[in-house]
Design a protein around this ligand. Sequence first.
Ligand code: NAD
Length: 476
Amino acid sequence: MKHNYIAGQWLEGIASVANINPSDTADVIDYYAHADAAQAGEAIAAAHAAAPLWARSTPQQRADALDKIGSEILARREELGGLLSREEGKTLPEGIGEVTRAGNIFKFFAGEALRQRGDKLASVRPGVEIEVTREPVGTVGIIAPWNFPMAIPAWKIAPALAFGNAVVFKPAELVPGCAWALAEIISRAGLPAGAFNLVMGRGSQVGQAMLDDRRIDAISFTGSVATGTRVAQAAAQRLAKVQLEMGGKNPMVVLDDADLELAVECAVQSAFFSTGQRCTASSRLIVEQGIYARFIKRMRERTAELRIDHALTAGTDIGPVASADQLEQDLRYLAIGQQEGARLVCGGEAVTRATPGYYLTPAIFADCSNEMRICREEIFGPVVAVIPARDYEHALELANDTEFGLATGICSNSLKHVQHFKRHAQAGMVMVNVPTAGVDYHVPFGGRKGSSLGSREQGSYAAEFYTTVKTAYVGC
Ligand code: NAD
């Protein structure tokens, strides 16, 4: 039984919930505490009390703590990667890769804690100097989704602590194991009691309590558009600082002059790896007419080679869908696609394996229209829609015709089209001849339109959210 971490203590919740392996539903990973709104309030009070103390810590203290956390995560990457894959269902190499990324993020922000800069400017008035400095925001509420249970908490918690904020962290219900393991490492990093708190529980109770509590100064949220909209409304009610990262319907354009093998590899990786459960997954492939038939044929052949199996089995390319609810959603959209008249080229079948799990074969829909629901709504599974395009201009128009704007990609050998696409694609991240999913940890991450609200996450840009700017005028 694993407890919540509040004010430097491990505390029982009001209930305990079994954490089930989606590759083998007979495998219970452990039991995890669930808090209610009152216990969330205790964590918020602890963070609020510790915030001034942590804000006064030196950059060296913060850098040392984050470096220690990052070092331990990296040293235990295989074990923690195994836990991640067992809990969330991505393959073991993907799990280890995500844990490595989380460790590197803590190391990066250990450095950022030492690189806090300000500006000194001459005033337009005589005898006055101006200093512009950054200060911590205060107490930050972190609400995370289930699909990157190590990396997303890391890229929120690390900058929050690096810039001197206290943290209340609420992980997604589906992935308490990674959250608890991360919290346990952080609990031994030398932070003052209350500077970091873990509260596991339901979004409607723990999450909502964080949204409604005025002692939480800023909320960093990643998850669905539906929940993100509620978060933004609650933050607006009390004028709290808020940052939202939400869904995507990310396009990848394939032009006639693309390297076919490269384009197919980019598409298969982006659409199906991590079981398609990535906010940056390519779920719309927009393919020019001259390469269209050859692309679909190779895509189908390459997809047939993928092995769908237990996430921890060596050689598995695609693990199970993360939960029964998510599998149901994927199957619902597969039926919708067929009703809408899209041509199912392959996949889309719930299949059985040696262990009972949520296995689904990756699905390719061809001859889609961008107006279909499967091209407009986020499915969040291994389902991709291929849309034919007349030419580059048409492809760009289709790529931008979406309510989302997280990642977008193009496969082409035309410098002219690539340069034009980089300039005119309406998304926060543009990928050229690389998959839309898979990003570096030291540069800004985020989107536009319905995908994101507020300032960017990660890299040096994270300071925008986790600090507030002060301008001082000094008469001299
Ligand atoms: P979700 O919106 O269901 O849940 C996200 C978090 O919000 C969970 O911790 C949940 O408990 C919490 N929550 C639910 N109701 C709440 C409430 N009333 N108040 C406060 N918190 C509440 O999302 P999910 O299913 O966990 O994650 C999948 C979604 O996340 C997909 O849409 C995906 O695209 C998105 N995502 C986006 C990014 C990005 O950076 N843009 C990254 C990963 C995932």
